[in-house]
Design a protein around this ligand. Structure first.
Ligand SMILES: Cc1ncc(C[n+]2csc(CCO)c2C)c(N)n1
Length: 218
C-alpha cells in the first residue's frame, strides 16, 4: 500500500464525513442557503491566504526543480482563477472581502496548522497538509461534476474548480511527493507528517460542520 493510502485508511471515519457532508450535498443540490455559502466563502478566503504561503514554502523545500514545477503552476492557478472566483462569488452573494471577517475557531485552528507546517522546515509535513486539503476536495466534488453547469456560478464553479483531469493531476502530484519522500523520513518525521495528515482531516470535517451550522459563536 502507498504511504498516502495508509494515511487515508487511518482517518477513514473523518475522511468519509468530510467528503460526504450535508454541506457539500446541499451545495451540489443548489439548496444551500446563500447566506451559508457566503459565510463559508468568507471563512475559506482566510484559509486560502495561509494555504498560498504554505504552498510557497513547499515549493521552496522541494527536493528538485521537477518536484517543484507542478506546485508552482498550481500556485498560479490559486492566485488567478481561484482567487477571482472568491472575489466574484463573495460579491454576487452580497458580501465583501475587506475588511476580512473574524476567523471562526476552526478556521483559526486550520491557520495555525498551516503556519506550523510552513515553518517546520519539513517538506513531508507541508505536503501532508496540502494533500489533505486537495484530496478531500477532489473526493467530495467529483461525484457532482456533471451537475455543476446547471447551478448558479457560486455553487457550480466551486465544484468544477475541484474536479476534472487538471485537479486530479494536482492531487496525484501531491500524493506522489509524499509517497516518494516517505521511505527516507526518520520515524520522528513520519510521525510528525502523520499527525499533520490526521489533524488536517479532522479540521476539514469540522470546517464543513461549522459552515453547515452557519458558524455559531463557539
Ligand atoms: C478548508 C479548505 N480545505 C481545502 C480547500 C481546497 N483548496 C484550497 S486551495 C485549493 C486550490 C485550488 O482550487 C483548494 C482545492 C479549501 N478551499 N478549503
Amino acid at each position: 500500500m502507498h504511504p498516502t493510502e495508509h494515511l487515508k485508511s487511518l482517518v477513514a471515519t473523518d475522511w468519509q464525513a468530510a467528503t460526504r457532508h450535508p454541506f457539500t450535498d446541499q451545495l451540489a443540490a443548489g439548496t444551500l442557503p446563500k447566506a451559508r455559502m457566503l459565510a463559508y466563502l468568507q471563512q475559506d478566503y482566510l484559509f486560502i491566504e495561509d494555504f498560498v504561503r504554505l504552498l510557497a514554502s513547499a515549493i521552496a523545500h522541494a527536493p528538485s526543480l521537477p518536484d517543484a514545477i507542478p506546485a508552482a503552476q498550481f500556485l498560479g492557478l490559486i492566485s488567478g482563477p481561484e482567487n477571482t472566483y472568491f472575489l466574484r462569488a463573495i460579491a454576487a452573494l452580497g458580501g465583501t472581502t475587506e475588511p476580512p471577517v473574524t476567523p471562526h475557531p476552526i478556521t483559526a485552528e486550520f491557520q495555525a496548522l498551516m503556519r506550523a507546517a510552513a515553518k517546520s522546515g519539513s517538506y513531508a509535513q507541508m505536503i501532508a497538509v496540502l494533500s489533505v486539503a486537495e484530496w478531500t476536495y477532489l473526493d467530495w466534488a467529483s461525484p457532482h461534476a456533471n451537475r455543476a453547469a446547471d447551478l448558479p456560478f457560486w455553487f457550480g464553479e466551486w465544484i468544477t474548480l475541484h474536479s476534472g483531469p487538471g485537479f486530479e493531476g494536482v492531487v496525484t502530484y501531491l500524493r506522489g511527493q509524499l509517497d516518494q519522500v516517505w521511505p527516507s523520513l526518520t520515524p520522528e518525521d513520519q510521525a510528525a507528517a502523520q499527525s499533520a495528515f490526521v489533524t488536517a482531516t479532522r479540521l476539514e470535517r469540522a470546517f464543513f460542520d461549522a459552515a453547515l451550522a452557519g458558524y455559531p459563536a463557539a
